[in-house]
Write a protein that binds this ligand. Structure first.
Ligand code: HEC
Length: 156
C-alpha cells in the first residue's frame, strides 16, 4: 500500500465510523421512550412508597403513628409536585409500559386528573398534622380516589 492509498483507506474508515456514530445518535433520539417510561414509573413508585404505609395505618393493619403518617403525607405532597407530565411525551405508549394511548387523546383530562392528585395530597398534608382521625381518614380516601380515577382511565 503506498502512502496515498493508506491515507484514502484511513479516511474511508473514519467516514464509516462517523456514519455509524451518527446513526447510533439518531436511534437514541427517535428510538424509544424508555427513559421517560422509567421516569414516570419511578415517580409512581414514590407515590406508592408513601401511600402504602398510610393505607395500612388507616385500615388498622399497622398501629397508627401520627408522626410517621405526617411524614408520608408530607413526602407524598412533595413528590406529587415533581413534574409527572414530562414523563408522558406524546404517544409514548410502546415499550415496557402500562400507559394507555387514550392519555394523548384527551391530555387535558389526564392533566386534570394529575392536578386532582396534587390538590388532594396537599390537603392531606395539611390535615395530617391535626389529631382528627376522621378528617385524616377522609383526606386520605380522597387521595386514593385520585390514584384510582387515573388508573381506571389510563392504565392497563
Ligand atoms: C394522572 C394519572 C395518574 C395518577 C393521578 C396516578 N397514576 Fe399511577 N400510573 C399512571 C399510569 C399511566 C401508569 C402506567 C405507567 C407506565 O407503565 O408507563 C401508572 C402506574 C402506577 C404504578 C406502577 C408503576 C410501575 O413501576 O409500573 C404504581 C405503583 C402507581 N401508578 C401508583 C400510583 C399511586 C399510589 C397514585 C396516587 C397517589 C397514582 N399512581 C396516581 C397514572 C396515574
Amino acid at each position: 500500500m503506498n502512502k496515498k492509498t493508506r491515507k484514502l483507506t484511513s479516511l474511508g474508515f473514519g467516514l464509516l465510523a462517523a456514519l455509524a456514530l451518527s446513526s447510533q445518535a439518531r436511534a437514541d433520539e427517535v428510538g424509544s421512550f424508555d427513559r421517560e417510561i422509567e421516569y414516570r414509573q419511578s415517580v409512581m413508585t414514590l407515590y406508592n412508597w408513601n401511600m402504602k404505609p398510610m393505607g395500612a395505618m388507616i385500615k388498622g393493619k399497622r398501629p397508627f403513628d401520627a408522626a410517621v403518617f405526617a411524614r408520608h403525607a408530607k413526602d407524598l405532597s412533595a413528590v406529587a409536585g415533581l413534574d409527572l407530565l414530562s414523563g408522558f411525551p406524546e404517544d409514548s405508549e410502546d415499550g415496557e409500559t402500562d400507559a394507555l394511548a387514550d392519555i394523548w387523546l384527551d391530555f387535558d383530562d389526564f392533566q386534570q386528573k394529575y392536578a386532582d392528585l396534587q390538590e388532594a395530597s396537599r390537603a392531606l398534608n395539611q390535615v395530617a398534622a391535626s389529631s382528627d382521625q376522621a378528617e385524616i381518614k377522609a383526606a386520605f380516601g380522597k387521595v386514593g380516589k385520585t390514584c384510582k380515577a387515573c388508573h381506571k382511565a389510563y392504565k392497563n
